[in-house]
Design a protein around this ligand. Structure first.
Ligand code: DGT
Ligand code: MG
Length: 391
């Protein structure tokens, strides 16, 4: 099904938030090849190059036809000389040699493996590689993973966030360096569970279970399951849920209360709290931080038909009603879609957009959309269904 306002969306736009980007596009094989090079640049710390590939991949994801000739892509933005050459090779041979070489290299495979561990980012992965480590077993020895780290019994590992740039400003997902060795040890201990994808039905059950606990704690909360699930992914790596309460005074502190309750019930075994208003942030220059968040490890209670004993990553995000919809938009992603909303808001409207609000730059006036659609309207953007935000 094609979005009803597709005509108003524009696959040639330089802004991902004006394009309709499906989960699976007509040029998926090409996307897969280019994405290998993108990941390699990212792992090697070549952020600018990685971003160029990411933009090229993203523009191809939104291209609505199968690409059969170079003529089709020559007018697309972000397709420069280098990428054009790669596409040409792909059209001629069905593959891209550079991507295949990278994919087969020990270095790429090892760096990919290491950075698949939650909490290990590219520069840590390279450091570990340069120390001669090659396998997850090597990492366990290096980090001194103990059986307790893997044990099923509930243990709250409180990890405080170090002040750092938000993930999207570093051009990477959350979970880069800075989370600390204790979190990395936990992630290594849980790696087999955390590597398992979460089917949609289980995502929904996690949402229900968590809402049932929250309702006992503070009746009347509302929530949206966001992230890849909301964009239609059949399987997720983690579950992200944004919450609010119609009464803003009920929201403050609720994140910690919920996590404590889930922990007492044995449903949350590990937690890293990330909550608002750091000292360095008092001026709300990074009001990204004004949402209360907890990054947790969740296990389905035995009373649920979905109880399997597999531990899951669960992120809980609490927003006051004023910024609920911007939080939902930000956490629905994709990263690229969100990044380009921010860029669009700045370029076209002199506005600052992020998960914790919309602010006009010249007078710092804040805007509080009452619906998700209203947020798009405010920014002068055509509505894009979540499942078309896979930029
Ligand atoms: P996955 O891997 O199946 O969980 O796929 P996603 O798309 O759910 O990826 P995830 O869970 O890392 O992130 C969900 C969305 O939330 C992502 O598209 C962008 C946004 N996001 C991720 N981390 C942060 C963060 O630290 N701050 C803010 N504001 N947004 C974030
Ligand atoms: Mg997610």
């Amino acid at each position: 099904p094609i979005p009803t306002n597709l005509a108003k969306l524009d696959y040639m736009s330089r802004y991902a938030c004006q394009r309709a980007s499906p989960l699976v596009c007509p040029n998926q094989a090409l996307v897969r090849e280019l994405d290998i090079i993108r990941r390699s640049r990212d792992l090697e710390g070549e952020a600018r190059s990685a971003l160029s590939y990411e933009r090229a991949v993203s523009i191809i994801k939104a291209y609505p036809h199968e690409i059969r000739s170079l003529k089709q892509v020559e007018k697309l933005p972000f397709i420069g000389v280098k990428i054009t050459g790669l596409i040409e090779e792909f059209l001629d041979t069905g593959k891209i040699t550079e991507a295949q070489t990278i994919n087969a290299s020990e270095r790429f495979q090892t760096l990919s493996l290491f950075s698949s561990i939650y909490g290990i980012g590219p520069s840590t992965a390279i450091r570990l590689y340069n120390l001669g480590l090659r396998s997850l077993n090597d990492l366990e020895v290096y980090y001194g993973v103990e059986p307790e780290d893997v044990a099923l019994q509930s243990q709250i590992v409180e990890v405080e966030e170090k002040p750092r740039k938000p993930a999207w400003q570093r051009g990477q997902h959350k979970g880069d360096e800075g989370l600390g060795d204790s979190w990395t040890r936990v992630a290594l201990g849980l790696r087999e569970d955390l590597a398992k994808k979460i089917p949609r039905a289980e995502v929904e059950e996690m949402g229900r279970v968590v809402m049932r606990e929250l309702e006992e704690l503070e009746p009347g909360c509302v929530s949206t399951i966001v992230g890849g699930y909301r964009r239609g992914k059949m399987e997720s790596n983690d579950v992200d849920i944004v919450f609010t309460h119609p009464d803003p005074s009920k929201v403050k502190g609720l994140c910690k209360r919920l996590v404590r309750k889930l922990h007492e019930r044995g449903m949350v075994t590990h937690v890293m709290h990330l909550s608002g208003f750091h000292a360095h942030n008092a001026l709300r220059t990074h009001h990204w931080d004004s949402l209360e968040k907890a990054l947790t490890v969740f296990i389905m209670p035995p009373s649920s038909p979905f109880h399997t004993g597999v531990r899951r990553r669960l992120d809980l995000i609490f927003a006051v009603p004023d910024v609920y919809w911007t939080a939902v938009i930000g956490w629905t992603g994709s990263i690229m879609f969100q990044r380009d909303i921010r860029q669009w808001a700045k370029d076209k409207h002199g506005m600052k957009f992020d998960s914790s609000g919309i602010t006009r730059r010249y007078d710092s006036k804040e805007f509080f959309p009452k619906t998700e659609k209203e947020a798009f309207d405010l920014l002068g953007l055509e509505w894009v269904e979540p499942k078309w935000r896979n930029a």
